[in-house]
Design a protein around this ligand. Sequence first.
Ligand SMILES: Cc1ncc(COP(=O)(O)O)c(C=O)c1O
Length: 431
Amino acid sequence: MQNDWVLPGPASAPWLEKAEKYVARAYRPYLPAMITRAEGALLYDADGHRYIDFVGGVGCLNVGHSHPKVVRAIAESAQRFTHTDYTMFPYPQLIALAERLVPYTRIPGAKALFFNSGAEAVENAIKIARAYTGRPGVIAFDGAFHGRTYMAMSLTSKLQPYKARYGPYAPEVYRLPYPSATHGPDLETFRRWLERAAVTWFDPAQIAAVIAEPIQGEGGYIVPVPGFFALLREFCNKHGILLIADEIQTGYGRTGRFFAMEHEGVVPDLMTAGKSIAAGLPLSAVIGRPDVMDAPAENTLGGTYVGNPVACAAALAVLDVMEEEHLVERAAELGERLRQRLDALAVRSPYIGDVRGRGAMVAVEFVHDKATMEPHPDAVARVCHTAMRRGLLLMRCGVYNNAIRFLCPLNIDWALLDEGLDIFQAAVLEL
Ligand SMILES: Cc1ncc(COP(=O)(O)O)c(C=O)c1O
């Protein structure tokens, strides 16, 4: 197991040198190696190194890399045609996908629109909410991540690396604390702040939407206190505000339910989906109440590539795989297995302050001291680096970069999962 590779290897190194010359530094890759092949939960680099992938294309590969069924659907679709622009020359793949996807949201009579990225879905959800309500304001949360385009970035709440030096931000964004089950505030405190903010800070009659992640992803896999979404629903109903659930990271089975809002027993008005929707092909969706979704006038939303036919074909195959391989149920099992191993490790390591999440959406928070919970981002950097050189890919999260999230494909072999967790455990115990 003790690989301790020197990265990059000789086949990857020249490419990284070229990248320095031709690719601007805003795209600085995390892994100093060139990926040449991927399969299931494994990645291979140009030097023949094999990596167990606990990052899953940052949550895009819930069905695994290059799933044969998805690859076949992509090839067949691409052979027929790759693009027309649906709003000019429509095709059935997009309609079939909308029909298959909307029931998963549990929003009665829901309709869908498709876009290219998560950020674009968020942008459009806000536009739809503004068109429906005729109001400008949006409430978002501390620690939120909604993407990098201007509105999405304005809703995002982490300066480094996403916002610093990229202002000014979009106006009419109001921010409230996200009540974390680990770090607080508790529900009653949050309720008081919300009520006060509605008197001192914003006029609820001017708020179009509240946008929230069912579990904050980039923010550190922050599970909200019980009752948070029920409270938001009540607040939104009282003031005629729309509730938008950003399910871009929590969706597609990750939490042991198809969409994580099911855990909350609350139905949002609009939902955004992305990432695992098309196994890494650029596709995202806004799904919502039919009256809300139809508020924008004809041909006022869109874009050249929205709902690309090949991406829609991949997305239909993803839904087949999710259903045939029972990946929602598998995520719950995977989560239990992860929790068992990680909880046991937390007892042995002085640096693990918390293991949290829902289903397979699990993160480990690293701290200097379990009593003070002072964030320990260096520990995260060291564990990720050690694991990488031994063939395990990990990704951090958290506003202080002091948590590691687990985003492996939901159909990962148990043996491979254990092999990856062994590498993780050894790296943590060496801290
Ligand atoms: C909750 C959430 N919303 C929006 C986004 C933005 O998605 P994209 O990177 O596809 O624009 C992300 C990406 O990580 C996300 O996790």
